[in-house]
Design a protein around this ligand. Sequence first.
Ligand SMILES: NC(=O)c1ccc[n+]([C@@H]2O[C@H](COP(=O)([O-])OP(=O)(O)OC[C@H]3O[C@@H](n4cnc5c(N)ncnc54)[C@H](O)[C@@H]3O)[C@@H](O)[C@H]2O)c1
Length: 240
Amino acid sequence: MARIAVVTGAAGGLGQAITARLLADGLVVLGIDIDRAGLDRMAAPGFHPVVTDLTDPAAIAATFARIGQDHGGIDALVNNAGTCFMSDFPHIPADELDRQMALNFSGAFHCCQAAIALMAGREGVRKIVNISSNGAYNFDVFDPPHYRASKAALDTLTKDLARRYARDRIAVNSIAPAMTETPLFNVLTEDVLARAIAAMPHGHAMQPAEIAAWVGFLVSAAGDICSGNVIILNQGRDVR
Ligand SMILES: NC(=O)c1ccc[n+]([C@@H]2O[C@H](COP(=O)([O-])OP(=O)(O)OC[C@H]3O[C@@H](n4cnc5c(N)ncnc54)[C@H](O)[C@@H]3O)[C@@H](O)[C@H]2O)c1
C-alpha cells in the first residue's frame, strides 16, 4: 500500500517541487493550499488537492478529519506553507505580526496536532518535516524579526515533538533553506534580491528541487534515524 503524505502550501514554488519528489518516490500526496487554481494545475496520478485556509484552526481540524476518513491515516506531513511579510521593526502592524505567526507557526502547529493522531498505528517510522528558514539563524541578511521568530518557534516545535514522539517512531525535523528561487522572491525589492543572491557562495539561488530532494530523503527509509534536527541548506553561506 502506498504511504500517504500531506504537503501544505503544495501549490507554491517549494510545495510543487516537494509534491513532485514524493509522488516520484511512490507516495500518495494530499496537497493542501488556499490557492484552488494552483492546486488544479497540479493534477497527476496519486495527487489529491485539498483547499484549506491554514490560518483557520477549525478548517484544519475538518480537513484532517476528512483525510482520516478517506485515506485511513497519514505517514508523512510536510509543513511547508508559509510566507514572509516584509514590514520592518519597529514599524510592524499588530495584525501583520499575527498573520505571520498564524501561517508560519500556528498553522503548522495545528497540522501537527491533527496529523500525529492520524499517524497512530501506521507501519514504520512516520515523518514530520517542517520547512523553516535560514533567516532564523543568520542575522546579517534581510529577514524581518517576525519572520525569523515564526521560524524559530517552528524549530522549537520540531525539537519538542521529536523528543516527545521518539518512542512512537515519529521522526520530526526542520529543513531551513536560504535563498531558493520561488514566487516568494516577489516580496523582495530588486536591490535586496540581487544582494541576497550575490551572497550565495555558488553565485546563484538554490532551486526548489534541491530542497525537495532533502525532504524526500528524510521521508524515505534513509531518514528513519534522524529526528530533532534543524538542517540548514545554504551552500555554506554562513557557517557558524
Ligand atoms: N523561497 C525561499 O527562498 C525560502 C527560504 C527559506 C524558507 N522558505 C520557506 O519555504 C516555504 C515555502 O515557500 P515558497 O518559497 O515555496 O513560497 P510560495 O509563496 O511560492 O508558496 C507558499 C504557498 O503557501 C500557500 N499559502 C499561503 N497562505 C496560505 C493559507 N492561509 N492557507 C493555505 N495555504 C497558504 C500559498 O498559496 C503558496 O502556494 C515557506 O514556509 C517559506 O517560509 C522559503
